[in-house]
Design a protein around this ligand. Structure first.
Ligand SMILES: *[C@@H]1O[C@H](CO)[C@@H](O)[C@H](O)[C@H]1NC(C)=O
Ligand SMILES: *[C@@H]1O[C@H](CO)[C@@H](O)[C@H](O)[C@H]1NC(C)=O
Ligand SMILES: *[C@@H]1O[C@H](CO)[C@@H](O)[C@H](O)[C@H]1NC(C)=O
Ligand SMILES: *[C@@H]1O[C@H](CO)[C@@H](O)[C@H](O)[C@H]1NC(C)=O
Ligand SMILES: *[C@@H]1O[C@H](CO)[C@@H](O)[C@H](O)[C@H]1NC(C)=O
Ligand SMILES: *[C@@H]1O[C@H](CO)[C@@H](O)[C@H](O)[C@H]1NC(C)=O
Ligand SMILES: *[C@@H]1O[C@H](CO)[C@@H](O)[C@H](O)[C@H]1NC(C)=O
Ligand SMILES: *[C@@H]1O[C@H](CO)[C@@H](O)[C@H](O)[C@H]1NC(C)=O
Ligand SMILES: *[C@@H]1O[C@H](CO)[C@@H](O)[C@H](O)[C@H]1NC(C)=O
Ligand SMILES: *[C@@H]1O[C@H](CO)[C@@H](O)[C@H](O)[C@H]1NC(C)=O
Ligand SMILES: *[C@@H]1O[C@H](CO)[C@@H](O)[C@H](O)[C@H]1NC(C)=O
Ligand SMILES: *[C@@H]1O[C@H](CO)[C@@H](O)[C@H](O)[C@H]1NC(C)=O
Length: 650
C-alpha cells in the first residue's frame, strides 16, 4: 500500500511589500453564554486569565479524564430512552427490545455503547456526512418513520470528525447542537453552510455578515495578527487564516465568532447536561519536514475538555482551555500565566483540515485582496517553508518535556499538527477504539476519495483505504498500545466484493479479534440519488447541489429508507446490540443471524486487480441542473487542484 506522501507545489504568491501595521485587536462581547460561546477574553488573541484554583496540568493518558468519566454517567442515563425507542422501532422480530433494555437498566455497562465517525474529504465529506447525520437525528422530520433510523444520534455516546467531517461536527457543536435540518431550513438567507459563497471571496453581504471581500480579508488579517501581537510569542500559521475563513461558513456568529473557543462546548447547556454525544476532532502530529506514515504518526484528539493522544508516543492530555500556556514537564510553573482563547473553534477545525490551508494562497483568483494580507501570508510561508504550509502551529508546546522517553516533540517548544487524514487514517477511529472508552459499535461514514482517475475508474469514491490504514496500525506492536481493530481486507477485495458500494460490518465475531474492539458498520459513499463523488477540492457548491449531496448521504446510511433492503433498519439494530448480546449471554435472534450473514464480511479475500469501478446510480437520481450556470464559476477548485500534486485521497 502506498504511504501518505504529499508533494505540494505552490506558486501563487507573488506580490511583495513590507511593514505590517499593528491593528487593534477585535474585542468580542463576552456576555452571551448560550452555546459554544465567545469565551475568549480578547477576541481571537489568546490572553492571560486568572488561573483556576487547581493549576492546569498535563495528565498521563492511562484513563479517561475525570470530566469525561462524570459526563459519561449522565450520558448513559440519557441515552437509555432514545435507545429503547430506537431498538423497539427497528423491528427486531422475535426479540423484545423494550424488555431487554428494561432488564439491564440498572447496569448500563451491559447496554450498547454507540459511536459515529465522519471521514475527511472536503465539502464532499461535510455534505455527505451531513446527510448521514440528518438520518441518525430524530429531530429530522420523518426520520423515525418505518424504514428509517432516526434516534441513533440521540442513542450515541461519541461522535468524531476529521477534516471535512470535522467541519460538520464542529459546526453543529459550535452552534448549540443545532440540526442539519435547522441549517437547511434557513434557506439561502441563512448564514451557515452557504457554500456557494467561495471561502476565497468571503460571505455574501447581508444577514449577520456585513463584510465586502476587502473587509473580509482585513478581518482575517487583523484577527491573525492580534494573536501574533498578543505578547506571548505565539506563531501565526496559515491555519490561523484558514480557520478564520472556515469559521465564516461554519460558525453562526458575526464575523465567524473570533472569540468562540472549542473548550466552551463544555459549558454548552445541551452538552453539559449530556443531551448530545461527546464531539471529538482528530489531527496528526508532524514535525516540519517529516513525512507521515500511518504506522508511527501520533494521532491527536480534541474534545471539549482536552487535547492530546492515547498513542504510546505522547500518551498525555492537556486541558484544551488552557493550551497556549507555558507548560513544562507536565505542569505550569508558578511564574507562568494561565492563557485562554488559544483553542479558537475555527483554529481547531482548521487544524484538523490543514491540508486545505493552501486554499488561502489562491489569492490571485480574487480581486481586491489587500497587499498587506498577501504579504503577511508570504511572510508566514517564508518562515516555515512551502512544504510545510499545511502545518498548524501550537507553540508553546503543551507537552514540552513531558514523557521525554517517547514523546517525539518533548524537546521542542513548538508542537505542529496537520490534517487528521494525512496518515491515511481518514476515518477518525483512533479515539473510538481506545479500550477505556469501551465502544461497542462505530457507524463509520466514509466519504474518502480513494479511487483513482480517470480512465480506469470513476474517481473520488472510497475503497476502504481508511479502514486498511487503521487496521494495519492496530497490528503494529509498538503503536497499537492495547487497541484492537477488526480484520480488514485489502482495497482490491473491497472493490471486487462490492464492500465499498453497500454497508458492510467488520468484526462481527468478537471471538475472532486480537482484543476488545468495536464492530464497525462501514457506510461508504455511493451514488443513491446523486453522483456524490465530487472533487475534494471543489470549493463551492450551490444550494441545490449541496442539498443533493446531503440527500444522497441520507440515503446511504438508510439504504434509501429501506428501499434497497427493507431489512436494513433491523440490521442496524442488530449491529447496535451485537456486543451487548455477547456480554449478557443473550441468544442472537434469528433476524439478526440473517443480518449478520448478509452484512458481515466473512473473511473472503479477492486481491486480484478489480475491473474499473463505475458504480451505477442505485435509486432514481435527483435533478440538480436548472439550466442556469453555477453562479460562481468553479475556477477556484481548478486553480487549487492545479496547485496541489501528488497523492491525495482525503
Ligand atoms: C439551544 O438549544 C436549546 C434546545 O436544544 C434551546 O432550548 C436553546 O434556546 C438554544 N439556545 C440558543 C442560544 O439558541
Ligand atoms: C418486520 O420484520 C418482519 C420480518 O422479520 C417483516 O415480515 C415485517 O414486514 C416487518 N415489519 C415492518 C413494519 O417493516
Ligand atoms: C453488568 O453487566 C456486565 C455485562 O453484562 C456484567 O459483566 C456485570 O457483572 C454486571 N454487573 C452487575 C452489578 O450486575
Ligand atoms: C414526511 O412524510 C410525509 C408523508 O409521507 C410527507 O408528506 C412529507 O413531505 C415528508 N416530509 C419531509 C420533510 O420529508
Ligand atoms: C443562527 O443564529 C440566528 C441568530 O442568533 C438564529 O436565529 C438562527 O436560528 C441560527 N441558525 C441556526 C442554524 O442555528
Ligand atoms: C512562554 O515562554 C516564552 C519564553 O520561553 C515567552 O516568550 C512567552 O511569552 C511565554 N508565553 C506565555 C504564554 O507565557
Ligand atoms: C516514522 O517513520 C518514518 C520512516 O521510518 C520516519 O521517517 C519518521 O521520522 C518516523 N516518524 C516518527 C514521528 O517517528
Ligand atoms: C501504552 O503506552 C504507555 C506509554 O508508552 C505505556 O505506559 C502503557 O503501558 C501502554 N499501554 C498498553 C496497554 O500497552
Ligand atoms: C484504492 O485507493 C488507493 C488510494 O487512493 C489507491 O492507491 C488504490 O489504487 C485504490 N485501489 C482500488 C482498487 O481502487
Ligand atoms: C428518505 O427519507 C428522507 C426523509 O423523509 C427523505 O428526505 C429522502 O428523500 C427519502 N429517501 C428516499 C429514497 O425515499
Ligand atoms: C478472523 O481472524 C483471522 C486472524 O486474524 C483473520 O485472518 C480473519 O480475516 C478473521 N475473520 C474475520 C471474518 O474477520
Ligand atoms: C448548481 O450546481 C449544479 C452542479 O454543478 C449545476 O448542475 C446546476 O445548474 C447549478 N444550479 C444553479 C442554480 O446554479
Amino acid at each position: 500500500m502506498k504511504s501518505g506522501y504529499y508533494f505540494y507545489t505552490l506558486s501563487l504568491l507573488t506580490c511583495l511589500a513590507s511593514s505590517l501595521p499593528a491593528e487593534d485587536v477585535y474585542n468580542a462581547n463576552t456576555d452571551a453564554w448560550k452555546r459554544a460561546t465567545p469565551q475568549a477574553s480578547n477576541g481571537y488573541a489568546p490572553a492571560k486569565v486568572d488561573c483556576p484554583s487547581a493549576r492546569p496540568s498535563i495528565r498521563v493518558a492511562s484513563g479517561l479524564s475525570d470530566q469525561e468519566t462524570s459526563w459519561l454517567e449522565k450520558r448513559k442515563a440519557n441515552t437509555f430512552t432514545p435507545m429503547r425507542e430506537l431498538l423497539t422501532r427497528l423491528n427486531i422480530t422475535g426479540f423484545d427490545a423494550g424488555k431487554y433494555m428494561d432488564d439491564h437498566r440498572d447496569n448500563t455497562t451491559a447496554l450498547p455503547n454507540v459511536a459515529i465517525a465522519f471521514s475527511g474529504g472536503g465539502y464532499r465529506a461535510m455534505t455527505n456526512g451531513a446527510g448521514g447525520l440528518a438520518a441518525f437525528d430524530s429531530r429530522t422530520p420523518n426520520s423515525t418513520n418505518t424504514g428509517q433510523i432516526g434516534g441513533l444520534l440521540q442513542a450515541s455516546t461519541y461522535i468524531s470528525g476529521l477534516s471535512g467531517g470535522g467541519w460538520l461536527v464542529g459546526s453543529i457543536y459550535t452552534n448549540n447542537f443545532t440540526s442539519v435540518q435547522n441549517i437547511l431550513n434557513q434557506g439561502k438567507d441563512g448564514d451557515l453552510w452557504q457554500l456557494g459563497n467561495s471561502i476565497l471571496e468571503g460571505p455574501k453581504t447581508g444577514g449577520i455578515q456585513l463584510l465586502s471581500t476587502v473587509q473580509y480579508y482585513e478581518n482575517l488579517y487583523d484577527t491573525a495578527i492580534s494573536k501574533q501581537d498578543a505578547g506571548f510569542d505565539f506563531n501565526v500559521s496559515l491555519t490561523d487564516y484558514w480557520g478564520r475563513a472556515l469559521a465564516f461558513q461554519l460558525v453562526n456568529a458575526t464575523e465567524g465568532g473570533p472569540a468562540y473557543t472549542f473548550s466552551s462546548i463544555q459549558d454548552d447547556p445541551d452538552f453539559k447536561n449530556a443531551n448530545a454525544p461527546m464531539p471529538i476532532l482528530v489531527a496528526d502530529e508532524r514535525a516540519p519536514g517529516d513525512k507521515l506514515i500511518s504506522l508511527n504518526t501520533t494521532v491527536f484528539e480534541f474534545n471539549p475538555w482536552e487535547m492530546g493522544s492515547f498513542d504510546p508516543t505522547l500518551y498525555g492530555f492537556a486541558p484544551v482551555k488552557h493550551i497556549g500556556s507555558n507548560f513544562t514537564g507536565g505542569s505550569l510553573p508558578d511564574n507562568e500565566p494561565c492563557i485562554a482563547g488559544f483553542d479558537n473553534v475555527g483554529f481547531v477545525m482548521g487544524t484538523s483540515s490543514s491540508l486545505f490551508n493552501q486554499i488561502i494562497l489562491n489569492l490571485d483568483t480574487v480581486t481586491g485582496v489587500p497587499d498587506i494580507v498577501k504579504n503577511a501570508l508570504k511572510g508566514v510561508l517564508n518562515g516555515i517553508g512551502s512544504d510545510n504550509n499545511d502545518i498548524a502551529d501550537y507553540t508553546p508546546n503543551p507537552f514540552y518535556h513531558f514523557n521525554n522517553r517517547s514523546n517525539p516533540s518533548a524537546q521542542t517548544k513548538r508542537l505542529t499538527l496537520v490534517d487528521g487524514g494525512e496518515d491515511l487514517q481518514n476515518l477518525p477511529l483512533n479515539p473510538l477504539i481506545q479500550p477505556v472508552r469501551a465502544v461497542d459499535v462505530i457507524f463509520a461514514v466514509d466519504s474518502s476519495g480513494d479511487t483513482l482517475p480517470p480512465l480506469t475508474s470513476a474517481q473520488n469514491w472510497p475503497n476502504g483505504t481508511a479502514l486498511v490504514a487503521t487496521y494495519e496500525r492496530s497490528t503494529n506492536a509498538s503503536m497499537q498500545n492495547g487497541t484492537a481493530f477488526p480484520s480488514i481486507p485489502d482495497q482490491n477485495t473491497f472493490v471486487n466484493l462490492g464492500l465499498n458500494n453497500r454497508p458492510t460490518f467488520f468484526g462481527c465475531d468478537a471471538s475472532n479479534l486480537t482484543g476488545p474492539a468495536p464492530l464497525i458498520v462501514y457506510l461508504p459513499n455511493s451514488p443513491y440519488v446523486y453522483n456524490s463523488n465530487t472533487s475534494t477540492y471543489q470549493m463551492d457548491y450551490n444550494n441545490t447541489e449541496r442539498n443533493a449531496m446531503i440527500q444522497n448521504g441520507y440515503d446511504i446510511v438508510t439504504q434509501g429508507n429501506g428501499t434497497r433492503d427493507s431489512q436494513w433498519p433491523t440490521c442496524v439494530g442488530c449491529a447496535i446490540l451485537s456486543r451487548s448480546f455477547n456480554r449478557t449471554g443473550t441468544t442472537v435472534p434469528d433476524v439478526c443471524q440473517q443480518c449478520f450473514k448478509k452484512y458481515c464480511w466473512d473473511g473472503t479475500v479477492n486481491s486480484t486487480t478489480p475491473a474499473p469501478y463505475f458504480p451505477q446510480m442505485i435509486l432514481q437520481a435527483v435533478k440538480v441542473t436548472s439550466g442556469v450556470d453555477r453562479f460562481i464559476p468553479n475556477i477556484l477548485s481548478v486553480a487549487f487542484a492545479a496547485a496541489v500534486s501528488g497523492f491525495l485521497m482525503i
